[in-house]
Design a protein around this ligand. Structure first.
Ligand code: BGC
Length: 409
């Protein structure tokens, strides 16, 4: 063992000249589930191998818990070296306040404009023509994950879409299963609502409301039907009492629940549990009704620091995150798609292949975080968790939702 350590130390010291500025960089993120931890470990490993040191700053409890902590550290003068946010407007105020490092020189040197696909990912890093974040993945929230075991136990075929899922729910329940796994973190309720809304109302209506901001359509019959569909689905999740999203995924993995509406990060959990897409579980993008991807996901921002060494390390990390090697290693474990098309994904599983196909077809919409401010998103999370978890009338929830959207115009 000692010999091994010595050998490793020698190799490291031989490698040192190219990394004369090796620097510790604290990186904050909310990737704490099994699949997430496996994926982020790939980034840490690559950064450490380059000579710098990834000091992991995982924050448990999900994005809703982590983001306020990250933001208050940055505004309070205790910046980390790098931090995760979702694509979109979550860090906009911090950029506008001059608290984030400008990465335009890295982006130009690395050719991000030519390489990042879709361009909307780089657009959401860009403020007044300057680039402030390094996109690391595309995550689409609107997937239905089904347990093949749960349906086999109940003697039922695995549903091919949301409508079949709802139709077979009573029989699944009679077989002692929870039809729909749903955790208690408010963002999960908003996510499930968003997925059902595209499935029920269709892509055109969704775009008209969320991209064109047509508030008459938001208040109209199409979305009334969406709120009714969610009200009908509430009872399917009544026995799902877990808190975190990955605990809900675990109900699907074990076959206690039929399905879960969740982002493709759920794939990381199935993978860690040794399950095989198509055999043990089934994934349906757009809930099997409107197959598309919304191009949400994660980007890293680099809060300004006083040290020139740290700034140099921040730029090295930004370049590394977008590099083909890091993109492949990280995204294969994360369940997300890479942000560049020129990488080798031969090892992609069936679900990832479905995502890659949709990406190639250009069947894309912006994510909720791109379309709406963090404030509107938060109001809707609070509303939708109440709607899913109580017997709030669909009409009342609909009216409140329209007023939340209007507050963001
Ligand atoms: C992030 C994912 C993460 C998920 C659950 C999302 O906001 O984009 O990377 O896996 O939250 O933690």
């Amino acid at each position: 063992m000692k010999t091994f350590k010595l050998a490793t130390a020698l190799v490291a010291s031989v490698a040192l000249p190219s990394v004369a500025f090796a620097t510790d960089l604290e990186v904050t993120h909310w990737w704490t589930s099994g699949g997430e931890a496996a994926a982020v470990a790939e980034l840490a490993k690559a950064f450490d191998a380059s000579g710098d040191k990834w000091v992991d700053g995982a924050i448990a409890g999900g994005g809703g818990t982590a983001r306020p902590i990250m933001i208050s550290r940055i505004t309070g003068g205790d910046p980390m070296g790098a931090t995760q946010f979702n694509h979109g407007q979550q860090a906009l105020e911090l950029v506008e306040a001059g608290l984030m490092l400008d990465l335009t020189d890295v982006a130009e040197a690395e050719g991000w404009k030519e390489k990042v696909f879709p361009q909307s990912l780089l657009d959401s890093c860009t403020v007044d023509g300057r680039i402030y974040c390094a996109p690391v993945n595309i995550h689409s929230p609107e997937w239905l994950w089904l347990s093949n075991k749960a349906y086999a136990d109940a003697g039922l075929p695995v549903p091919a879409n949301w409508n079949e899922f709802v139709e077979s729910a009573p029989q699944l329940e009679a077989a002692g299963k929870i039809p729909l796994a749903l955790g208690n973190q408010p963002w999960q309720s908003n996510l499930a609502f968003g997925a059902i809304s595209i499935a029920v109302a269709g892509l055109d209506v969704w775009k008209e409301v969320n991209v064109e901001k047509n508030m008459d359509m938001a208040a109209g019959a199409e979305y009334a039907a969406v709120f009714q569909a969610v009200a009908d689905a509430r009872s399917l999740a009544a026995k799902s009492t877990v808190q975190d999203w990955n605990q809900a995924t675990n109900l699907v993995i074990t076959g206690e629940a039929g399905g879960q509406i969740m982002g493709d990060w759920a794939q990381g959990e199935f993978q860690v549990a040794g399950q095989v897409a198509g055999t043990d579980y089934t994934c349906l993008p757009g809930l099997g009704l409107n197959a598309y991807l919304s191009t949400g996901g994660d980007a890293f921002y680099f809060p300004k620091n006083k040290s020139a060494d740290i700034e140099a390390a921040q730029k090295r990390l930004a370049a590394l995150l977008v590099s083909p090697e890091a993109q492949v290693a990280f995204n294969l474990k994360k369940g997300s798609l890479p942000i560049r098309g020129d990488v080798d994904l031969a090892a992609a599983n069936d679900c990832m292949k479905k995502g890659l196909e949709l990406l190639a077809q250009g069947n894309l919409v912006p994510s909720g975080d791109m379309a709406w401010s963090p404030d509107v998103q938060k109001q809707n999370e609070d509303l939708l968790v109440e709607f899913w978890k109580t017997d709030m009338a669909p009409e009342a929830a609909h009216a409140q939702w329209v007023s939340n959207l209007k507050s963001g115009l």
